[in-house]
Each structure stands twice: as structure tokens, then as C-alpha cells.
Design a protein around this ligand. Structure first.
Ligand SMILES: Nc1ncnc2c1ncn2[C@@H]1O[C@H](COP(=O)(O)OP(=O)(O)OP(=O)(O)O)[C@@H](O)[C@H]1O
Ligand SMILES: [Mg+2]
Length: 299
């Protein structure tokens, strides 16, 4: 099968359909921990890259990031090194064998709100570099709403909220949407239901969550699909190979491919950014807001 045919067969639209190049930032969030943000980030990035997207993944789980552990790469530099001028962009943004790049999180606790002026400027420069080389930056977050999560969300054009059908995960997802509403987060928000048995269970979970969010907090989040249970985890972890690569035709891979096709269409909808320098402004604005924000946020 040729590359063009395989792109068409995946059903995932490529940004090359656009008349001009657009750069977007997508953050992946959840209320509860362990619902599959990193798993979704990594597998979705593989599929988007296969469809022609130039993707950079930033591990935004500062202090606890584990994106690199799911991939056969051993980065020697992380975001902390970049911010203190100890590495260049090529050392920081590491290519994976799956067509996208990753930027690792610092291993120790790290607060975006504590950046010096110089470090803030380095972060802006980093986003400029990413923008020059990518169509899409995906930021994988820690669970809950810490100041760091809120900071990354403020810098993003879109927020993707992950939940599972588990009632506690749904309650925490609702609490997250409520916090987003109280901070008047402007980006469009959409939901993916991970670890659903089938489409019915996924869509029912979304409908119940979104009905409560619409009624009580005024957020009407979009539906992007469900992701089924993955049976190839042991081998995936052992070989540090994403399950969509290991077993592209498994029910898990089929479900995440379909959901990624919805994500790609969502990325190319009417909410696309219009100005090319927008992300620089968004980063600067987010950092200045964080500096004035009360520390008491849901973790
Ligand atoms: N669809 C799935 N099927 C089976 N296992 C899954 C699925 N999604 C995630 N997992 C497993 O659940 C665990 C948590 O997943 P992951 O690390 O992606 O969650 P997370 O939301 O990023 O967690 P954290 O909040 O700690 O960052 C991992 O062991 C992962 O392999
Ligand atoms: Mg994670």
C-alpha cells in the first residue's frame, strides 16, 4: 500500500487539506488520575503522524511525566534544561521512530508560576520553535486542576478531557469542567471516553457527563468518541512500543483510530486559530495570569 493510500485508509484527515499552514495547541486533561491521558496522547500522536500531521508532544506532567517511558527513546534533556539554557532545541525535542517528537518533563516538582522573566522568555521561544516545525503541539497533563494544568490550558487552543465510564472518574471530570467554567477558560472543550466496553457505553457516559455540565456549569463539551480496552499492554510496555503500532487491527486500535479521525476533523473546524503569532501571545498572557492566581486549586 502506498503512503497516500494508507493515509486515506486511516480515515484521518491531514492538515495538508488546508489552503494555509495552521499551528494549534491541544491539551489533554482529566479529573481523576490514571484514566488514560498519556496512553491516548501517545497512540493518537502515532496515528496523526501516520496521517501526515507534524506532531510534537510536550510532557506537561511536571515532576511525574512518563510519556518517554511508553516509547523506545532515552532523552537526555528535559524542559527544565531548556528553560535554564542547558540544551538546544534539537537535544530537547527528541524524534521517535513513529514520526512525532517528544519533549520530556523535568523529573522534579516544577511550577510554571515560579518562572523567572528569563525562563518565561525561554518558554515563549520554545513555543516559537515548536510552531516553526509542527502543525500540532499536544500537551499531556497531570490529573486534576493544578496551577500547572491551568497554565497549559490557558496556552492551548483546545482542551481534550478524558474520562472512563467509572462513576468516580465521571464525578472528577465534572468537577474539572466546573473549575474550567469558574476560570472562564475560552478554548473549546471535547470529551473522549477511554476504557469503554463499546460505543454505547462511551456515548452514554459522555451524554450523562455533558448533560450535567451543560445544565449546572454552562459548558457544552463536544463528543469525540470512545477508546476500548487494550489487551497488548504487557508487550507494549516491555517493548516500549505503542499498542497501535504493535497490533494495528485490534479492537483498541480500531476504536482509537476512529476517535483520532474525529479529533483531526475537530482540529480543522471553524475554531482554528487565525493568526500565526497567536501562540506567543497566549503563552505570555497565561504566564502573567498564573503569577497573579491564588494557589488553592484542586489537585
Ligand atoms: N484503553 C485502555 N485499555 C487498557 N489499559 C489502559 C487503557 N488506557 C490506559 N490504560 C492503562 O491504565 C494505566 C493508566 O494510563 P495512563 O498512564 O495513560 O493514565 P493517565 O491518565 O496518563 O495517568 P496519570 O493521571 O497518572 O498521568 C496504564 O497502565 C495504562 O496502560
Ligand atoms: Mg499521564
Amino acid at each position: 500500500m502506498s503512503t497516500t493510500e494508507s493515509k486515506a485508509a486511516s480515515g484521518i484527515v491531514s492538515p495538508t487539506v488546508l489552503p494555509r499552514r495552521v499551528f494549534q495547541i491541544l491539551t489533554i486533561c482529566s479529573g481523576k488520575g490514571g484514566v488514560g491521558k498519556t496512553m491516548t496522547t501517545v497512540n493518537m500522536s502515532v496515528l496523526l503522524a501516520q496521517a501526515g500531521w507534524q506532531v510534537t508532544v510536550l510532557d506537561g506532567d511536571l515532576g511525574l511525566g512518563n510519556v518517554k517511558l511508553m516509547l523506545p527513546v532515552s532523552p537526555t534533556s528535559h524542559l527544565g534544561h531548556w528553560l535554564t539554557g542547558q540544551c538546544n532545541f534539537e537535544q530537547l525535542a527528541v524524534s521517535t521512530p513513529f514520526g512525532f517528537r517528544i519533549i520530556s518533563a523535568p523529573p522534579d516538582e516544577f511550577q510554571l508560576s515560579g518562572l523567572t522573566q528569563k525562563q518565561q522568555e525561554r518558554l515563549v521561544q520554545l513555543f516559537d520553535k515548536i510552531q516553526q516545525t509542527s502543525d500540532l503541539l499536544i500537551i499531556d497533563n497531570a490529573a486534576g486542576i493544578s496551577k500547572n494544568v491551568l497554565g497549559w490550558c490557558r496556552m492551548a487552543h483546545r482542551i481534550l478531557l478524558i474520562t472512563t465510564p467509572d462513576p468516580t472518574a465521571m464525578m472528577d471530570a465534572y468537577a474539572t469542567l466546573k473549575t474550567f467554567a469558574s476560570f472562564q477558560l475560552p478554548p473549546p472543550i471535547s470529551i473522549i471516553v477511554n476504557q469503554a466496553r463499546n460505543l454505547d457505553e462511551g456515548f452514554d457516559t459522555y451524554k450523562r457527563l455533558n448533560a450535567a455540565a451543560t445544565k449546572f456549569v454552562g459548558i457544552d463539551a463536544g463528543w469525540l468518541g470512545y477508546i476500548g480496552g487494550c489487551r497488548d499492554l504487557r508487550l507494549a510496555i516491555k517493548t516500549r512500543t505503542p499498542p497501535v503500532v504493535l497490533n494495528p487491527h485490534s479492537p483498541f486500535s480500531r476504536s482509537i483510530r476512529k476517535t483520532t479521525s474525529h479529533v483531526a476533523r475537530w482540529l480543522l473546524d471553524e475554531h482554528m486559530p487565525t493568526q500565526t503569532d497567536e501562540s506567543r501571545n497566549m503563552v505570555t498572557k497565561a504566564l502573567s495570569e498564573l503569577a497573579h492566581m491564588a494557589p488553592a486549586l484542586m489537585e
